[in-house]
Design a protein around this ligand. Structure first.
Ligand code: NDP
Ligand SMILES: O=C1O[C@H](COP(=O)(O)O)[C@@H](O)[C@H](O)[C@H]1O
Length: 483
């Protein structure tokens, strides 16, 4: 089942790195699903580009395999797959040399949107940008899509921004953070700014603290080399968790338009305080339950890279002064669970007495799996036992509440269509990315200077005990299934 939508303008989507892992697992299936939904107008094309000497037919075969593996039931419909494949082309292009550029140029059609997706190593961005310009491939409706990682630190991110700015206008650059394309993440904005109910209470006066957890059961899989140089802080916190924090904490933008939203997010990042060393716990998974250790996975018996991080931070602004934000993310944890929990303060006075129990309302925004939003409300425990209080959930499971139309498109489906529509709201601006690095860098430099080693934790566990102790010292507990 795919959500049907009106077609976007006619486009050519050129995927540099079209034969790579990301294209195979995410980009091609996402485009196919949008095709099935009727969102790709007749004549729109996907053009795969990479060095290998393939024909259209070879690439179509690659696309068929990708769809059968990653596009679910839709890919069982062979006539759909074959009709889609007729929109698919391939050019052999070298980002670092002259090969293929004239051919690519010759393939382009005037008067349609051109999106150039850089799904390659960031070391190739410069060559691609230069050649796109030299071959006059950019028209007034052209965009470039840039994958993560966007830099390794502030300095490299600034250099990358400067490099891109030499060739493209900021309005043409779409920096992907796929978390922003997740349906529930967008719903977070709808819930906050589409209801009168929450916003008056959305501040330090009523909110005790906020938790953001993004836990994965997978390890680093085949990405050991990249991950060794990144770790959880650069891989997840600097971008995905930061974006979630922004959306939960930002002021209401005046309009739902790209710059209004990104201006507000930027203010949040700039308001982040430095993180004290004792408010950070780094961990590294060890072998357990038949699973390999992190060090085995990355083939480095001395690795000090973190596969888990938990930290407490504050926002230095009027709305949030005094409200801690607890962030944690890790690989090889006991469950796949991404959620944000907003824990409200207790009522100021316990009219039913302490023996009735006191409770905090909690708003839980579940990103994955099973997207939904739950509000914990305190009621009387039923029965004749007197006034005892109990929490019950007011549940907004999207699938139950909205039926089949709640079927969420994958983040890449949404984001690729936004690129074609020319809507940058869910993409990161240059200053946002740099501000995120400016906050991240001193934290990393701090633990490097102290020589801190990550704490070991068992694969498929809740992470290091120190993370539990960190929040417990504040008289609080991690929420959700991992605690
Ligand atoms: N895979 C993932 O899950 C994720 C990946 N990313 C990012 O996406 C980008 C791509 O990752 P991924 O797909 O995994 O990488 P892969 O190594 O699987 O693919 C790299 C692609 O680049 C092509 N390529 C390499 N050199 C050149 C060149 N000189 N000119 C033209 N094409 C070239 C390769 O094809 P050929 O060898 O034929 O040229 C291949 O298609 C990276 O920046 C990565 O960090 C981001 C999030 C998740
Ligand atoms: O960007 C990344 O995200 C994935 C997690 O994405 P999700 O959509 O499956 O939650 C993570 O595994 C990867 O390490 C990171 O680079």
């Amino acid at each position: 089942m795919v959500s049907r939508t009106i077609p976007v303008d006619l486009f050519d989507l050129v995927v540099f790195g079209g034969t790579g892992d990301l294209a195979r697992r995410k980009i091609l299936p996402a485009l196919f699903k949008r095709f099935c939904s009727g969102q790709m107008a007749d004549g729109a094309r996907l053009i795969g580009a990479s060095r290998r000497d393939w024909s259209d037919a070879d690439y179509r075969e690659f696309v068929r395999k990708s769809l059968s593996e990653f596009a679910g039931e839709l890919a069982l419909d062979r006539s759909l797959v074959e009709t889609f494949c007729r929109c698919v082309h391939y050019v052999s292009v070298d980002a670092n040399g002259p090969r293929g550029w004239d051919e690519l140029s010759g393939l382009m059609v005037a008067d349609r949107v051109r999106a150039f997706y850089f799904s390659v190593d960031p070391g190739l961005f410069s060559g691609l940008s230069m050649r796109l310009q030299d071959h006059e491939l950019m028209n007034e409706q052209s965009r470039v899509v840039v994958e993560k990682p966007f830099g390794h630190d502030l300095e490299t991110a600034q250099a990358l921004n400067a490099e891109l700015a030499q060739h493209f206008d900021e309005s043409q650059i779409y920096r992907i953070d796929h978390y922003l394309g997740k349906e529930t993440v967008q719903n977070l904005m709808a819930v906050r700014f589409g209801n009168m109910l929450f916003e008056p209470l959305w501040n330090a006066q009523y909110i005790d603290h906020i938790q953001i957890t993004v836990a994965e059961t997978v390890g680093v899989d085949g990405r050991g080399e990249y991950y060794e140089s990144a770790g959880a802080m650069r891989d997840m916190v600097q971008n995905h968790l930061m974006q979630l924090l922004c959306l939960i904490a930002m002021e209401p933008p005046t309009f739902f338009d790209p710059d209004a939203v990104r201006d507000e997010k930027l203010k949040v990042i700039r308001a982040l305080s430095n993180v004290e060393p004792h408010h950070i716990v780094r961990g590294q998974y060890t072998a357990a339950d038949g699973a390999t250790s992190y060090r085995e996975d990355v083939d480095n018996p001395r690795s000090r890279t973190e596969s888990f991080i938990a930290l407490k931070c504050h926002l230095n602004n009027w709305r949030w002064a005094g409200t801690p934000f607890y962030l944690r993310t890790g690989k090889r944890m006991s469950e796949r669970d991404s959620e944000i929990t907003v824990v409200f303060k207790e009522t100021p006075h316990a009219i039913f007495g302490q023996e009735a129990g006191r409770h905090n309302n909690e708003l839980t925004i579940q990103l994955q799996p099973d997207e939904g939003i739950t509000l914990g409300v305190t009621i009387k425990d039923p029965g004749p036992g007197g006034m005892r209080l109990v929490d019950v959930p007011l549940d907004m499971s999207f699938a139950e509440a909205l039926g089949p139309s709640a079927d969420s498109p994958d983040a890449y489906e949404r984001l690729i269509m936004d690129v074609i529509r020319g809507d940058q709201t869910l993409f990161m601006r240059n200053d946002e990315v740099e501000a995120a690095w400016a906050w991240t860098d001193p934290i990393i430099r701090g633990w490097q200077a102290r020589g801190d080693a990550p704490k070991p934790y068992d694969s498929y566990s809740a992470g290091p005990d120190d993370a539990t102790m960190m929040i417990r010292r504040d008289g609080r507990e991690w929420r959700g299934v991992i605690n």
